[in-house]
Design a protein around this ligand. Structure first.
Ligand code: PMT
Length: 218
């Protein structure tokens, strides 16, 4: 039985990809399966936390006992997270949020025309950065999906987004990152501490991340 060491905490986890629609049948997205975020939500719930799981479209069932909020786009994810941020003691942003969305969404299916087409994109709001500016903010954990320079880019995100911890994972490795069962990560904390987590299951990494959050909150 898991220890109920997160009892009394409200943990919001975001998971999965966002979809940025071009028209009623097409969208821009990424390969996030939701496995990492769902593992965090499951483990936090088993350890006694109230868990709110804000999930992009994935093909997994919500873990037992979590409050599931389904969203599609980055804008919907932002609404869902900001609405609930004040209730939370911890927010973990494992979702792969699209940085850009199409400037326009056609309400009818876009027809095939010329051989070349251009899609104009506009920046999405950065949810984690916005959470980092809240006056009374929960303990904030962001992820950094990188294809190299983990420490450098992870530290940049830690600072720029004002997070308390960044979980930097190298998504170019075949056994880590998107849509696999395992992961490895460099945990980066405010104040310069770092912890290297070698290859392990996403469940085990979720447990490690929650252990560190708990230790930091004490
Ligand atoms: O879902 P899986 O298949 O298990 O894969 C797991 C994962 C690779 C998706 C996960 O481990 C991971 O790295 N998630 C973060 C992916 C990502 O979007 O990273 P980023 O470096 O682009 O973003 C940095 C942080 O800012 C993330 O916490 C992200 O949620 C957040 N962000 C990004 C953009 C944006 N507009 N708003 C945000 O809040």
């Amino acid at each position: 039985l898991a220890p109920k060491d997160l009892a009394g905490h409200t943990v919001l986890v975001t998971a999965g990809p966002t979809r940025e629609e071009l028209d009623p049948v097409r969208f821009i997205s990424n390969y996030s399966s939701g496995k990492m975020g769902y593992a965090l939500a499951k483990s936090a719930a088993q350890r006694g936390a109230r868990v709110i799981l804000v999930s992009g479209p994935v093909s997994m069932a919500a873990p037992y006992g979590v409050e599931l909020v389904n969203v599609n786009s980055a804008k919907e994810m932002r609404e869902a997270v900001l609405q609930r941020a004040e209730e939370c003691t911890v927010i973990i942003k494992a979702a792969a949020v699209a940085d850009y969305r199409p400037t326009e969404r056609s309400s009818i299916k876009i027809k095939k025309q010329s051989d070349e087409r251009t899609i104009n994109l506009i920046k999405n709001p950065d949810i984690l950065a916005e959470l980092g500016t809240l006056k009374k903010r929960p303990y904030l954990v962001g992820f950094a999906a990188e294809t190299g320079k983990l420490r450098e880019f992870g530290l940049k995100k830690l600072k720029e987004k004002n997070a308390d911890m960044i979980v930097a994972n190298d998504v170019s490795q075949p056994d880590a990152g998107f849509n696999v069962e395992t992961n490895r990560a460099l945990l980066l904390f405010q104040g310069g501490r770092e912890v290297d987590c070698q290859l392990m299951s996403k469940e085990a990494l979720a447990g490690e991340i929650l252990n560190h959050i708990l230790a930091e909150l004490k």
